[in-house]
Design a protein around this ligand. Sequence first.
Ligand code: NAP
Length: 289
Amino acid sequence: MDIGFIGLGEMGTAMVANMLKAGHRVRVWNRSPERAQSLAQAGAQVVATPAEAFAGDAVFSMLADDTALREVVSAGLLEGAARGLIHVNMATISVTLAEELAHAHAARGLHYVAAPVMGRPDVAAAAKLTIIAAGPAEAIDRVQPVFDAIGQKTWRIGSLAQQANVAKLAANFMLASAVETLGEASALLGGHGVAMQDFLDIITSSVFPGPVYQGYGKMIAEQRYEPALFKARLGLKDVRLALAAAELVSTPLPVGSAVRDSLLEAIAHGDGEKDFAVLGKVAARRAGR
Ligand code: NAP
């Protein structure tokens, strides 16, 4: 396909590399142009404005957050795009903005698909992302070959774009809660002289298997929070988005509120750029260790 791509951060760069490998023609734009260099060598066409990326069969965006997306996807950009263009936004954004964008695109004859992903940059590099897609079914059908180039599976979850964002936020809320409880359990064990690693071996080979408990549990056991694969600052963004989505439908998330405060505590102590697993350090500090 002939596609555009906006946002060459950790995730976007890995995703474009796999799109190129699969034979798609990709025009890339990034606010800081130097990040496009390695992809230019791999065959991407580097363009100077978002408008040049907003052309062809479809354009994908993987920007940091709501603010970045609002800055880049202005009304003028949508006015200038050819009718029928599909915009696939794969970033983790708010439910409110997803709904707003779906309306704004439809009003101009454009299709908007929300396709947030699960998987960190190493998973993106291995083309093994889990993609949660929602929006007009025909538009999703048309971009499926591109999803196949970057992900291991696409799950369709609804016809309203924001439904995919809610699913992604619910998943990250669960992830955050799991890391918080791992941290608290570690503090409890430490107080009684039990090694976290010994406990992890038991728990992950019985009732709590899986990458979250194994991966984050190991980092907490080793008190190793750098290099950050998923920064605490970004984790806070996602928990806040989940709380905002819950508030829209008058749904309390008491565990989410507690995790938000733990992440704020991490940031207040200068650990915002460290891995999300730094919640283990927060729990230990609260326990006086
Ligand atoms: P990242 O490495 O920090 O990249 C952020 C991208 O957004 C960069 O291209 C950056 O451009 C751009 N950007 C930020 N503010 C901007 C603005 N005001 N105007 C224009 N461009 C702006 O982030 P990432 O890890 O790739 O994450 C991207 C999205 O994927 C986020 O929504 C994140 O929550 C989601 N996600 C991340 C992971 C993960 O593990 N990292 C996993 C799943 C989903 P510059 O290069 O110019 O700064």
